[in-house]
Design a protein around this ligand. Structure first.
Ligand code: RRO
Length: 311
């Protein structure tokens, strides 16, 4: 029997597919939808300390080859997601879920992470270092000095399993510099990639989203080569204790297969989940299993990271 089960930080998951933060994860109702689908687990919408309204609508648009968004971190606040997760871990003690979070400032990030540290939360925490859509706030992970400082401060008190959500990098030197920083810390995973920040999509003579005069993060088919490059670049460079979650351009089982071939231990679906709903998990899982069967692979370990090069 072909299996797509996987592990992250020693936690087992029945399926390697899950939602990408931001899609189908703002409300408990949406999170339940992902939880009860073929997905192996879910991640919450990135939570800030308090409820956040986000940017004015329209702020997310599906387009033929992907999506563009400038949501601006709308979320129900940390306690909404944390209370739900604390309840869930009692009801479903054999499953593990992801909590995504970031503060509006480094100070707020520490306040949030200290609350998680002091709580009974037993799941995985994903610190989002790559939101492209809060006007006036740069993507944290493009500032290596600040990233290094935040991580050094975080690991002074945070002892639960923690990973980071990264923006795409586009230069080999940046892969080297970023990996050298991440390798200093006991991170459990890095998630590559968030949307490609600040693209512009035009229909007739107009932009398609209201905030930031139409600039927004790009997802979907457009970004698969960039996502795969980031997954593989970090797979090559990071200590083997730091696992990779692959996100970006997953429309089909073939796309998930390529992420795993590049080194991903878990694969997230964003734009396609938004377009298709949770039945996408069933379809993509079946397509991935069909490819594995045809190739004679029984589990992900048989091909993870085994991308072939041309001599
Ligand atoms: O809410 C958003 O605008 C948003 C976030 Br936090 C993120 O990490 N990535 C994205 O494309 N949009």
């Amino acid at each position: 029997m072909v299996s797509t089960k996987t592990q992250i930080a020693g936690f087992a998951f029945d399926n390697c597919l899950m939602n990408a933060a931001g899609v189908a994860c703002m409300t408990i109702e949406e999170l339940e939808g992902v939880k009860n689908s073929a997905a192996g687990t879910f991640v919450t919408k990135t939570a800030t300390l308090d409820f956040c309204q986000g940017n004015p609508e329209p702020r997310y648009q599906d387009v033929p080859l992907g999506s563009i968004n400038s949501m601006g971190l709308p979320n129900n606040g940390l306690d909404y997601y944390l209370d739900y997760l604390l309840d869930l871990q009692e009801k479903e003690p054999n499953r593990t879920f992801f909590l995504s979070l970031v503060g509006m400032s480094p100070e707020e990030t520490h306040t949030i992470l200290k609350k998680v540290q002091e709580s009974e939360f037993k799941g995985l925490t994903e610190l989002n270092l790559s939101c492209p859509n809060v006007p006036g706030k740069p993507q944290i992970a493009y500032d290596f000095e600040t990233t290094d400082r935040i991580l050094s401060e975080v690991f002074a008190y945070f002892t639960k399993p923690l990973g980071i959500k990264l923006p795409p990098y586009f230069d080999i030197v940046h892969f080297d510099q970023a990996a050298a920083i991440f390798n200093k810390y006991p991170l459990k995973f890095v998630n590559c990639v968030n949307s490609i920040g600040n693209g512009l999509y035009i229909e007739d003579e107009s932009v398609v989203i209201r905030p930031k005069n139409g600039f927004g993060g790009i997802g979907g088919e457009y970004i698969k080569p960039t996502a795969l490059a980031n997954v593989h670049a970090f797979y090559q460079r990071l200590n083997p204790q730091i696992q990779i979650i692959g996100t970006g351009g997953v429309l089909t089982g073939r796309d998930a297969f390529e992420h795993i071939l590049c080194g991903a231990s878990m694969v997230q679906v964003g734009t396609t989940l938004h377009k298709e709903g949770v039945c996408a998990f069933d379809r993509i899982t079946n397509e991935l299993k069909a490819i594995m069967t045809e190739k004679g692979y029984e589990n992900l370990e048989d091909f993870r990271g085994k991308l072939r090069y041309i001599d």
